[in-house]
Design a protein around this ligand. Sequence first.
Ligand code: AMP
Length: 564
Amino acid sequence: MEYLKLAQLYKRLEAFSEKSIKVGILARFLKDIPDNHLQKVCLLILGTVFYPWEKNKVSIGEKLAIRAIALATGVNRNVVEKMFVMYGDLGIVAEELTEQKRQRPLFKKTLTIEEVFRTLRKIGELEGEGAIDKKVKLLVDLLIHAGPLEAKYIVRTVLEDLRIGVGEGIMMEAIAEAYGLPLDLVEYAYSILHDFGKVILIIRKGGKHALEDVKPEVGTPIRVMLAVKVDSVSEAFEIVGRPAEVEYKYDGFRVQIHKKGEKIWLWTRRLEDVTKQFPDVVEYIKECLPDRDFIIEGEIVGYDKETGKFLPFQKISHRIKRKYEIEKTVKEIPVEAHLFDIVYYDGQILFKTPFRDRRELLESIVNEKEGKVLLAKKIITSDDKEAQKFFEKAISKGLEGVVFKNLSAPYRPGRRVGYMVKLKPVKETLDVVIVGAEWGEGKRAGWLTSFVVAVKDPETGEFLEIGEVGSGIKEKKESPEDITFSDLTEILKPYIYKQEGKRVFIKPKIVIEVLYDEIQKSPKYSSGFALRFPRMIRLRPDRSPNEIDTLDRVKQLYAKQHGM
Ligand code: AMP
């Protein structure tokens, strides 16, 4: 099949922004694709040549793409760069330069989907010495034979920026429309297979029933079931029913553990393979679970070697990212796995098995060992007070909250279906004073943005910076309560006492209330702390700067957050 056909599809999809039109175009296109091309075509439509669980990426970066375009079209690199600045899209640059190209290759061949796919995969897989030059050469070879439209989309694909406005959602709808199937069912099958081509092949062979029968494969990660957020114990029971299982909500990362024979895989919720980064967990699994095939879910949590207390997620995120000296980090940041679900065991798929029975099976096979593998702590209750007490206990131990689970629910991959809900404490807010800001640029020129906020040191009376707030403030007033950048600029202007470049320093007069995700220790600000994702909720004209929150309160909140 010619790659040009796909490039023409991209062009049509790009031309329409309305979702239903895109879905229609795509549905018609997919129906005509021969079986043997389906998987490649579906990946290419999503702008990639790798499955979500594969580690490689095709992305080669703008610099290399510029080099390849220049070589393939016989134009000086500077010209390509200039055109890039003008158009802001190397795909269009490649299209235009290919159009203008005078020299044609001696033997111009027709690019097939097969060839483009294979070459792009090679580009993504090359590593080590000389890899960069080889990548560029492969791309040049493709571009030499490409027509203008093909060049445009090949370049956008290698930059991982296809810009045709098609994601997984539209693909699912297109498949549902093409074959007259419920969207829900297509989504279900995709959550297990992550391969739209395979989904269509199954539909073509066996229709709706075959899709309903799709099974997980050990070694291929599935999308995990997600939790709905609630604000109270009673709301939680309303959704999951009574009695419910209430479990601690651990603040680590969700892990899907697959075991097949000797082989063990650890996948994150985003389908990243982190087996190499956690050799300790692999050993614990061998030690604490039977030698059978399974897919088990849990949370990997870090803990402090000295105090035994749980560490916040940021700490183990270092371990996830770590590619080298893994043994060292294993020692520095020990982790344990808290298991909470099982979806496959010894030949049996357990999606339809009620949660109560899945948990029972899990309990019967796990040999718990402190510091290695444990079961998520749970109670089963119908009582609001008992659940509330369990929730408070979780918070006092430095956990994130609790998860309520419907005891008779099946497992639904990839979905927030309400079989499981999460309850976290209502967020505290801080009253802080604005002590600085930055003049905005572009659309925000003339307005102050990025407001530096401070708390008070009760002993010295000094104002200590704790973060920069940029969100929660509107560009345009949508309702009377909204505070815009323009409003805030007018309010603050009289208090500006110094300016350095774009930075302004403001007398501590204006108090605002901010919400944040977390308090972190940070040398960046004079308070020694930083607010993560702070957003302004409202102005506090009723508060004077002397009444704002103090460094002591920040310290208390920080300690509470860490269960101290
Ligand atoms: P959230 O990330 O806030 O949507 O909350 C759901 C996440 O909580 C899951 O993806 C898990 O990573 C995590 N989690 C921690 N403890 C549990 C538990 N006992 N059961 C289910 N999920 C849990």
